[in-house]
Design a protein around this ligand. Structure first.
Ligand code: SF4
Length: 447
C-alpha cells in the first residue's frame, strides 16, 4: 500500500510501472479537458458507470494556455493570482479533492464546513469552491448576495446528488400523499416528513423546506431523524439510501419498515400496505465511491492486521457498516485518527484522496484504504489546477467565470431547511426504537 499523499502521482506511478497496485481507470492520467470535450459522462473514476442525467452542465473548452501549461507554470500562476487577489478571494477545498488543488485552499473540510467557512468570509468578493456542484450551491445559499461562488469546472457534479431530481421527488410526494393523505394524525404528527442529505441539488433542499422538512449531513443524520420523528410518523429520505438505512437501523428501526423507493416504478415499486407500515422510505440513490467497499475487504484487513481499527463512512452499504468497528462522517474519521494516542493501524472506508492525505499527515499510524484499487471520486477529480488558474486569472481581469447561483424561489425554502438543521439538537425527541448496540458508534453521529 502506498503512503504517497498524492493520488494523482500514485496513479501515474502505477500506470508507468514505477509502483505496484491497480487503478480503476488509467484514463485518469489524461487531461480532464479532453474528458470534458468528449461524450457527456461523469468521466473516469468511481462514478464512470453511472448514467449522467440529460442536460447536466457541461464545461466548455478553456484557453489553450491553461491546457498546455506545466504543473510548475500553473503553480506559479495560481500563487501569483491568489497573492494579487488577496482577501478578495477565498478558495475552498473539499476533503476528497486532489492534493494538486487542495494545496491552494484557504479552508479544507466537508461540504457543510466549507459552506460555513464561505458564510464567515463576507469580505471576499468571490468564493472559489473546489468541490462539486451541490456544494457550490450550498455556499451560494449561505453567502451574501453580492458574493460570487465559482465552480472551476462545471462538469464537477455528483452522481449521487443526480440520482434524485426535483420532478421525480415531486412525483413521489404526490403518490405518497395519495397513500397517506395530507392531514396530521390525532397526535398532531404529519404523515411523512421529507429529509434530504446535504448531497442534493438546491431545488431538493427547497422542496423539503416547502414541505416542513429538513436537510441532514453525515455528521448529524441521527439528530435530524429525531427531529423529523418528533413532527411526523414517517420520513422520506433522499437521495442516499445507505446513509438513511444505516442511521435508521442504528436507531432500532427494522429493515422491513424501510422500503426502497424506485422512482421509475409506480409507488416506488411498493404496495400500499408496505408504505403504510413504513417508518423510513429510502430513495434509490447511492454514492459510487462508497458503494465500492465490501465486507470481504474488511475480512482481509482483519486477517492481515489483527489489531486493525476499521472505520467506514455511513454512505457505505449496511453490511459494511455492520462489519466495521465504527462508522462516521469524514470529520469523524479525521478526528478519530487525530485522537489516537498510540500507534494504530486504521483501515478506512472512504474516498482515497482523504485516506492518503491522512496517512501522510499521521506517519505514526498505519492508515490504508479498505479498497485496494485507487479509484477517486470521478467528479471531484474533474477540477485540475488548470481550471483553478483560469478562474483566478479571470477574476484578476474582472471576469467572473462559472458562477453558481440559486434562484430566489428555491433559495428561501432551501435556507429554511438548512436553518432547521442548524437548530436541531441531539436527543431532542424520543423515537419508539431501541438504542444502538453498546460499543457501536451510531452511523452519522459525531464523536
Ligand atoms: S464521493 Fe460520492 S457523494 Fe461525494 S461527491 Fe463523489 S460521488 Fe458525490
Amino acid at each position: 500500500m502506498t503512503t504517497s499523499a498524492s493520488v494523482d502521482l500514485t496513479i501515474r506511478d502505477i500506470s508507468s510501472g514505477a509502483a505496484r497496485g491497480s487503478t480503476c481507470s488509467t484514463t485518469l492520467l489524461e487531461a480532464p479537458w479532453d474528458v470534458d470535450a468528449g461524450p457527456s459522462t461523469y468521466g473516469p473514476g468511481a462514478s464512470q458507470a453511472d448514467p449522467l442525467p440529460t442536460g447536466s452542465p457541461r464545461q466548455g473548452q478553456i484557453p489553450e494556455a491553461y491546457r498546455t501549461a506545466s504543473r510548475e507554470e500553473l503553480d506559479a500562476r495560481i500563487r501569483a493570482a491568489k497573492a494579487q487577489l488577496g482577501e478578495r478571494v477565498v478558495v475552498l477545498g473539499h476533503f476528497y479533492q486532489r492534493d494538486e488543488v487542495v494545496q491552494y485552499a484557504d479552508y479544507v473540510g466537508d461540504s457543510f464546513q466549507l459552506a460555513t467557512a464561505a458564510k464567515a468570509r463576507r469580505d471576499a468578493e468571490a468564493i472559489v469552491f473546489c468541490g462539486v456542484h451541490f456544494m457550490a450551491e450550498t455556499a451560494d445559499l449561505l453567502s451574501a448576495p453580492e458574493q460570487a461562488v465559482i465552480l472551476p469546472n462545471l462538469a464537477a457534479g455528483c452522481s449521487m446528488a443526480d440520482m434524485a431530481d426535483i420532478d421525480q421527488v415531486e412525483e413521489c410526494w404526490e403518490q405518497l400523499m395519495e397513500v397517506y393523505g395530507e392531514e396530521p394524525d390525532a397526535d398532531g404528527l404529519a404523515p411523512i416528513i421529507p429529509v434530504t442529505y446535504m448531497n442534493s441539488a438546491a431545488d431538493l433542499k427547497g422542496f423539503v423546506g416547502r414541505h416542513g422538512g429538513i436537510v441532514c449531513t453525515s455528521s448529524n443524520a441521527r439528530t435530524v431523524l429525531d427531529w423529523a420523528f418528533a413532527r411526523g410518523r414517517r420520513v422520506l429520505f433522499f437521495p442516499d439510501q445507505h446513509l438513511g438505512r444505516n442511521t435508521a437501523k442504528a436507531m432500532g428501526i427494522g429493515l422491513e419498515q424501510m422500503p426502497l423507493w424506485n422512482p421509475r416504478r409506480p409507488l416506488g415499486g411498493n404496495d400500499e400496505r408496505t408504505l403504510q407500515d413504513a417508518k423510513v422510505v429510502l430513495w434509490h440513490g447511492f454514492c459510487s465511491v462508497h458503494k465500492r467497499f465490501t465486507t470481504a475487504q474488511i475480512d482481509q484487513a482483519r486477517a492481515e492486521h489483527p489489531d486493525v481499527r476499521v472505520i467506514v463512512h455511513p454512505e457505505c452499504p449496511m453490511p459494511v457498516v455492520d462489519a466495521a468497528d465504527e462508522a462516521g462522517s469524514t470529520d469523524y474519521i479525521r478526528k478519530a485518527i487525530e485522537a489516537a494516542e498510540e500507534p494504530t493501524t486504521f483501515a478506512i472506508g472512504t474516498e482515497i484522496n482523504l485516506v492518503q492525505r491522512l496517512a501522510a499527515q499521521h506517519p505514526q499510524h498505519t492508515i490504508f484504504c479498505l479498497d485496494p484499487v485507487v479509484c477517486p471520486c470521478s467528479t471531484m477529480y474533474r477540477i485540475h489546477p488548470g481550471y483553478l488558474a483560469w478562474v483566478l486569472e479571470s477574476l484578476l481581469e474582472g471576469e467572473v467565470i462559472n458562477r453558481i447561483t440559486v434562484g430566489q424561489d428555491v433559495a428561501e425554502p432551501a435556507r429554511l431547511a438548512l436553518e432547521r438543521m442548524l437548530a436541531a439538537k441531539p436527543g431532542a425527541a424520543p423515537v419508539d426504537a431501541e438504542a444502538p448496540a453498546p460499543g457501536k458508534q451510531a452511523a452519522g453521529a459525531r464523536p
